[in-house]
Design a protein. Structure first.
Lengths: 340, 302
């Protein structure tokens, strides 16, 4: 009973935060609402990052390539056929004639993300240490490069316009909630626990017969699916191009995860919401905003400066992040006669 | 093969020049990694700062030597600040934390440059005459390719002398092998790390001078792509020895210059894909590095 209650509290914290952000968004005007929607999409991306990085302890710079691929998949599939020749004149024939609805496009995006992550992970998860970090970076570079120039599968250098903008507050909140629930289900499962064990002590995990390679691969595939799904939601929110799905997004989402706390789902959600909040406020201020009678007009680039400084500060002062890398929990029962 | 790829002497010389510049960057990154076990993602932003110093100097009409002096001063001050404000508090953290932290510093510096100088960038034109070709034995070769190669050779020779002949060099080599034991034997941590960071800063300033000749337009993301490539090259060569790291940097610069110059545009736009695919392939076969002999595996997690 207590174990069940504990699980409910652990999942409840992040899930309630997502729901609260969604509900809070409804009371604001349309212009402000977009910030809430953006924040919820960020939650989905950061949760995808977390489900691999947090559980395995391996930093990946390559996850935005799965987001990008998911965005490309959902985008190409859901642009109405009549408008395809205008924005994607060189599209491959099969893609030119098919169009799918909103929800199937998200599902396919998740599937493509998972498939790509598994294919990439098959060789990559054999690596460890710096080699793994650089190799995931290589994946990001390759994906960015190919999506940018291969016009048979997307708009290439152009911006992805005419994708139906179905991601409102509802879709963003439901999507983020779904990502949170899946990530939580994984982390409570046998696979999640075993992977965490390899993170804490690789040698001990190996000694009890755990294959670090297989466990990392499972997590990589799952987080690839979540990332592809998040990319699908993202492309339904606003017109994207390859530059929007590259280094800056990699940086900002990693910053969110690190600031919140890499090793907990709560940290991923808190980090994504907190940094999105700061970021949207600054984005607003970069366009000029009056705050309590002051006219604030920040130069463009301030957002990255503030987020970068925040991230460096958190890493130096509190390397485990705002949440300390812990989930919410029930208060511990005092143990009678315990030494501590 | 030569006919297919359309390689001429000019391309070859440029490739050697680019390889030399990347080799210098690899040394700069490898030196700091040796003593701190920290991969400095923000190395490119040091170069960017030096390049902006050169651009400002040329905008103000300063003579070349004053511009170069300003460049070295700017990069060295920034290196020292980076060590004091970021590296020192992070010392002893896990490699993953340090890598992500320097990733943050890189973006921070880039954004500061964006605010300061705008996204359009500035032109550093005072050394532009080095772009002109010189004819050697009937072959036209750009002066900068020759200058870059000579600068790299001189810097590497000076560094080898420093590492093998001086006391601080000996201490740096000892610290790179085993920092704890070196400290027990009387090596001062701050002194060795400070020396490594400053030398790496000097190399960054030299690279800034060379790179601004090759691409005079200095933007906030100047040298960012080069840094990513060099990092890949350093890991490819073998991070744990300075020599193999340098070779790795040279190799990826040479390959990049050669293919970039030789391939037609339709293919050369996919050049980053080819390079990184090659890097990943090599890492799969030899995760410990291409130019290393030992079979020891990198065991830490990043």
């Amino acid at each position: 009973m207590r174990r069940f209650a504990g699980a409910l509290v652990e999942l409840g914290g992040p899930a309630l935060l997502v729901v609260a952000a969604g509900l809070l968004g409804t009371v604001f005007s349309h212009a402000t609402q977009t910030y809430f929607i953006g924040a919820l999409v960020n939650v989905a991306i950061v949760v995808a990052l977390y489900s691999f990085i947090g559980n395995s302890g391996v930093v990946s710079f390559g996850h935005i390539s799965f987001v990008a691929l998911g965005a490309w998949t959902a985008g190409v599939l859901s642009v109405p056929t009549a408008e395809k020749p205008a924005i994607m004149p060189n599209l491959a024939h099969g893609l030119r004639t098919t169009t799918v609805a909103n929800v199937p496009s998200l599902a396919i995006a998740a599937g493509v993300g998972a498939a790509f992550a598994l294919v990439v992970g098959l060789p990559l998860m054999r690596l460890s240490g710096l080699a793994a970090g650089i190799a995931t970076f290589g994946v990001l570079e390759i994906t960015h490069n190919v999506l940018r120039y291969w016009e048979k599968i997307g708009p290439g250098l152009n911006t992805f316009s005419s994708v139906p903008e179905t991601t409102g507050l509802l879709q963003a909140a439901v999507g983020a909630l779904l990502a949170v629930c899946i990530a939580y289900g994984y982390q409570r499962s046998r696979f999640g626990r075993v992977l965490r064990a390899t993170r804490e002590d690789p040698a001990a995990a190996r000694a009890v017969g755990v294959s670090m390679y297989v466990q990392r691969l499972v997590a990589f595939g799952l987080s690839g699916a979540l990332a592809g799904f998040a990319g699908g939601i993202y492309v339904h929110l606003l017109p994207l191009n390859t530059e929007a799905l590259y280094l800056n997004l990699t940086f900002i989402t990693l910053a969110m995860l690190v600031i919140g706390g890499t090793t907990s789902l709560l940290g991923a959600v808190v980090g994504a919401l907190a940094v999105s909040g700061v970021d949207s406020f600054l984005a607003n201020a970069e366009n000029g905003v009056s705050l309590a009678g002051w006219n604030v007009d920040l130069p463009s680039g301030t957002r990255i400066v503030v987020v970068g400084a925040l991230m460096a500060l958190v890493l130096i002062l509190r390397p485990s992040g705002l949440t300390g890398g812990r989930e919410l929990g029930l208060p511990r029962r005092p143990r009678i006669g315990s030494a501590r | 093969m030569i006919a297919v790829l359309n390689i001429d002497w000019q391309t070859l010389a440029d490739a050697v020049g680019l390889g030399s510049v990347y080799a210098l960057m690899a040394v700069g990154i490898g030196l700091v990694f040796g003593v701190l076990r920290l991969v400095n993602f923000a190395y490119g932003q040091l170069i960017m700062a030096g390049a902006f110093a050169l651009a400002l100097a040329s905008q103000w009409g300063w003579p070349v030597w004053a511009g170069v002096a300003l460049c070295f001063a700017a990069v060295l001050v920034l290196s020292a600040l980076m060590e004091l404000v970021v590296f020192r508090p992070l010392r002893g953290q896990s490699p993953a934390v340090m890598l992500v932290a320097t990733f943050a510093v890189a973006f921070l510096l880039e954004a500061i440059a964006l605010i300061w100088f705008g996204s359009l960038g500035k032109i550093a034109a005072s050394l532009a005459y080095l772009q002109q070709p010189v004819t050697i034995g009937g072959v036209d070769i750009r002066k900068i390719a020759i200058v870059a190669t000579i600068v790299a050779v001189v810097c590497l020779a000076a560094l080898v002398a420093l590492l093998s002949r001086t006391n601080v060099g000996l201490q740096m080599r000892a610290a790179a092998i085993d920092f704890q034991t070196a400290r027990l034997l009387g090596v001062r941590a701050n002194r060795v790390i400070g020396a490594a960071v400053l030398i790496s800063g000097v190399l960054a300033a030299a690279v800034a001078v060379l790179l601004t000749v090759q691409s005079p337009l200095v933007t906030p993301d100047f040298a960012l792509r080069d840094t990513i490539l060099v990092l890949a090259g350093v890991v490819l060569g073998g991070m744990y020895r300075l020599g193999s790291a340098t070779l790795g940097g040279f190799a990826i610069g040479f390959a990049s210059g050669l293919l970039g110059g030789a391939l037609p545009t339709a293919q050369s736009q996919y050049l980053p894909s080819f390079l990184f695919a090659a890097v990943i392939l090599v890492l799969l076969v030899r995760p410990q590095g291409l130019f290393t002999r030992s079979r020891q595996q990198a065991v830490e997690r990043v």
